[in-house]
Design a binder for this molecule. Sequence first.
Ligand code: ADP
Length: 403
Amino acid sequence: MRADDAVIVINAGSSSIKFSLYAGAELALRAKGKIENLYAGQTRFVAQDAAGSESASHAWPGAPLAHDEAMHYLVQYAQGHLDGLNVVAIGHRIVHGGTEFSGPVKLDADVAARLERLSPLAPLHQPHNLAPVRSIFALAPQVLQVGCFDTAFHTAQPPLAQAFALPPEITEQGVRRYGFHGLSYEYIASVLPELDGRLAGKRVVAAHLGNGASMCAMRGGRSVASTMGFTAIDGLPMGTRCGSVDPGVVLYLMDELKMAPGDIQRLLYQQSGLLGVSGISSDMRTLERSSDPRAKLAIDLMVYRIGRELGSLTAALGGLDGIVFSGGIGENSASLRSAVGRDAAWLGVQLDAAANAAGPAAAASAVGGAFRISAAGSAVPVWVVPANEELMIARHAQSLLEA
Ligand code: ADP
């Protein structure tokens, strides 16, 4: 890539499209922004410069946009604000690559159609991830588009870690463990050896704790096991998702409580987790400020489940050499990290309370936005690494461009 070449990364969800613009071979972040509240009342666009200051905004009061209209706006905005940069590739975050895509792929009509066929495996995400790809085929067909998958990093897991104890004719239909948040874990794996030489090639459990939350066991930077399985509701309790429940619960909801499939889906994806248990909010900040015992219960349940999964993933690794926290909660909630650290004392984890509370500015070991929160004598180093799926996607797009 030349200095004036740029890569745009698109992360499209059900109600928002986020973008980041990177320039030059070193992929310097130049701008980022989002259009949010698609289809709802107050669609809004905001852009930020590299320093994070707001550089543009726009609102569509009372006339909510759909994905294709939002992409049309973004492409026009980008064309008017490139400052001489030449967009050479667009990278997309796509939740599901199935068993077929174990790495980034150049997107053309055929690949897009194959990815579309995976939509039943991720109906709430895959169609939205693919909508901008189609828009760009129409609006800027000459630009290289690259698909990067949340599942791809986990295709390295051993077969046992990917299996359910179900008959083969069910597994053959794609019912198996995939794992998600793979781009976040891949980014963590890529920076960890620089952050802490002791962790290079070692056994690490990373926790990506945002609105969606999961944990991943990695050995030598490769995924060995993860808490999310067939779908992104498995594993930990999340903002509004329940995490693991006994599958018998779903049968009971259907057969005895007579809930329709759509109602069960809403319950498990949108009305459970921190929101469902607390009855107050899915937002960790709100729960941490609340004195309501249900808020405390929701947080305690998340901490308890993280601790149990940490034990399980440590078993899958045959031991533990390091822990990483990431995602909005993992990066910002010192109290959650402190509780997880306390419960993991049996693994040799000892946090440095001051470093944990103070964040990157005050930590003894800080690199970029990442910082170490374990005490000097902790048998297991513990780091906080800001999530950066977008940069991972930009790097993949750059590699494919140069391949
Ligand atoms: P997403 O998965 O949608 O990308 P994020 O990674 O942004 O979500 O994480 C959102 C979560 O992070 C919310 O629960 C939010 O409350 C939490 N969070 C953000 N900042 C803080 C903070 N300072 N303290 C505690 N939790 C925080």
